[in-house]
Design a protein around this ligand. Structure first.
Ligand code: PSU
Ligand code: MN
Length: 323
């Protein structure tokens, strides 16, 4: 023994000792305590068709940079969980689309053991971001409690992950195809604070408001950062959901989509679509049903969420904005 002990595995943020491979830029930003924003890959590979997925992702990365943070796309490649991809790698993931399997938290070990690739959902992205020391994550909408849950038992693992993993997730609420009242109830049960970003109403993804009230409205990123830090001062506290409505210019009205949603849900049932295939199926079907208007709204809200997330990341970062 020379008195020097083995470096301890990082267990503060990681529940285990899984390692996340970081791009040089993300690694440097984290090392210097600068703002980093995680972005998920399920929306890239399953949520939007090519090339709208690639364009939307590029716009989100740009928005993150403009607001002073470093974007870190999260995905699993050949079994390795990674944060931060080159533009060429992003493009090849976007082109690969659905051939990359959709991966949630429970799949991470499996992918590693089998050296397979996965497009990470909100849940899996949170787990990887947290293990890497990334505290803020921007997405479109979280998964939640599905309509018809009493028959299907379909509740997204995103909710469970939000309950236990310390990442602030900026999203435009949850997709309107879900049962939003039950999703909000579940978030309360799971101890997840839901902070309206400039709103007292839970957003419904492509629609600005769901009609469901929120108790908390934060007016700016600094206020969100203060609440998030105070929440994390409690042992056992997990994630925080920051609910940012779709920008008005791109928003759809409830009556524009509700019928299309009902038709899509019926089509999914008839086609026997179940489990993890449900969300991608509904998103694709709705894009068709609305003549692409859901796609335009989806793009606008992802970019807006990226901007808000970057501002929160800057407010939380001890080293401030990116250089
Ligand atoms: N929001 C989008 N597009 C998406 C999703 C959310 O705008 O593709 C994805 C997210 O990755 C989310 C997942 O975690 O859908 C939820 O899937 P499920 O309902 O199977 O848990
Ligand atoms: Mn599900």
């Amino acid at each position: 023994m020379n008195g020097e002990s083995e470096p301890k595995p990082k267990t503060e943020s990681a529940r285990g000792n899984a390692r996340v491979a970081l791009s040089a830029e993300v690694e440097r930003a984290l090392h210097e305590g600068r703002a980093v924003v995680a972005l998920e890959s399920t929306i890239l590979c399953h949520g939007l068709p090519f090339p709208a997925n690639l364009e939307t992702h590029r716009a989100a990365e740009e928005a993150v940079r403009r607001a002073g943070a470093v974007p870190a796309l999260v995905a699993v490649v050949d079994g390795v969980p990674r944060a931060g991809f080159s533009p060429a790698e992003v493009e090849s993931l976007a082109r690969a689309g659905r051939s990359v399997r959709k991966a949630t938290t429970r799949d991470l070990g499996l992918l590693a053991a089998r050296r397979e690739s996965g497009a990470t959902t909100v849940a899996a992205t949170m787990a990887i971001a947290s293990a890497a020391g990334i505290r803020v994550f921007a997405t479109g909408g979280i998964g939640g409690v599905h309509r018809g849950v009493s028959e299907t038992f379909d509740v997204s693992a995103d909710l469970l992950e939000l309950s236990r993993t310390r990442v602030a997730v900026v999203a435009s609420g949850a997709k309107a195809v879900l049962d939003l009242p039950k999703t909000l109830e579940a978030l309360e049960t799971l101890g997840v604070p839901v902070l309206g970003f400039g709103t007292f109403e839970f957003p419904a993804f492509w629609i600005r408001g769901s009609g469901l009230p929120l108790e908390v409205c934060c007016d700016d990123a600094d206020e969100v950062a203060r609440v998030v830090l105070a929440h994390w001062s409690w042992p056992g506290a997990g994630g925080v959901l920051v609910a940012n409505p779709v920008p008005s210019e791109a928003a759809l009205e409830r009556q524009d989509v509700e019928e299309a949603i009902e038709r899509s849900l019926a089509a999914a049932r008839e086609a026997g679509i179940a489990g993890k295939a449900v969300t991608p199926y509904l998103l694709a079907r709705l894009a068709e049903e609305t003549g692409g208007r859901t796609l335009a709204a989806n793009r606008a809200l992802v970019v807006s969420n990226a901007t808000v997330a970057a501002k929160i990341a800057v407010a939380l970062a001890p080293g401030g904005a990116r250089r």
